[in-house]
Write a protein that binds this ligand. Structure first.
Ligand code: 5RP
Length: 233
């Protein structure tokens, strides 16, 4: 199976196993989460799923929900009341303890708010995302207030990170997030403690959020090239 087919397979498997009518859902961002959104839309149109209320994590997800007629709310809507039944999202890396890094698509801020406001959390990935240690192969994004870029860069370097400002495609300047911030992509030359790092990075003045997700233990769905879907609690 090619990677696109694996992503669709794992996204659909998670929806079939976890999504039920009447749920308040957090919907993720990226090329693995969006097929889950489309599939939920398809099941709603067929009448298999009813009364779904969705909170999107990015403009990409908003558009996908609009295309499929999935009713959109925010965490603050009275119908949602600040808590979701389930969130389904993708990840950039997952480690053996189901901790993950996210934000390759730049949506980590709302993705983390939505994840941490969910009673149940599911991550859907293809097998290429499974690693022994987070942050060695794929960078961890840090969302930063523009005015704090250089001091935050220095503070991250002091933690041992190599830091790169995320540039827009074709180098047309820096990437600006949906909340008008910058992204610093950081990488570590050796394994680090993800829990400690998630907290320490967020203590730096000017940091809005970082892409380490260590405190919300997800149910993990891993799609394999042989067509199987592995579930890891
Ligand atoms: C976006 C994310 C995505 O979930 C993550 O980058 C994985 O994306 P994909 O499924 O396209 O590989 O965190 O901010």
């Amino acid at each position: 199976m090619d990677q696109k087919a694996i992503k669709q397979l794992v996204a659909r498997a998670a929806v079939d196993r976890l999504v039920r009518s009447g749920m308040k859902l957090g919907l993720g961002t990226g090329s693995t989460a969006i097929p889950a959104v489309y599939y939920i839309g398809e099941l709603m149109q067929k009448g298999v799923l009813q009364n779904i209320l969705a909170v999107p994590t990015s403009f990409q997800t908003v558009i996908a929900c609009e295309q499929w007629g999935i009713p959109l709310y925010t965490l603050n809507s009275k119908e949602i009341g600040g808590e979701l039944d389930l969130t389904i999202d993708g990840a950039d890396e997952v480690d053996p303890q189901n901790r993950c890094t996210k934000g390759g698509g730049g949506a980590l801020l709302v993705e983390k708010i939505v994840a941490y406001a969910s009673k149940s959390y599911a991550i859907v990935v293809d097998e290429t995302k499974v690693v022994e240690h987070l942050g060695l192969k794929f960078s961890i994004p840090v969302e930063v207030i523009p005015e704090a870029r250089v001091p935050v860069e220095r503070a991250l370097e002091a933690l041992g990170a190599e830091v790169q400002l995320r540039e827009a495609v074709r180098k047309a300047g820096p990437v600006i997030t949906e909340h008008a911030n910058l992204l610093l992509d950081i990488r570590f030359p050796a394994p680090m403690d993800p829990e400690e790092l998630e907290s320490r990075i967020n203590q730096i003045p000017g940091v809005v959020e970082n892409g380490l997700f260590t405190r919300k233990h997800p149910r993990l769905f891993i799609g394999h090239a042989n067509g199987s879907v592995e579930q890891r609690e």
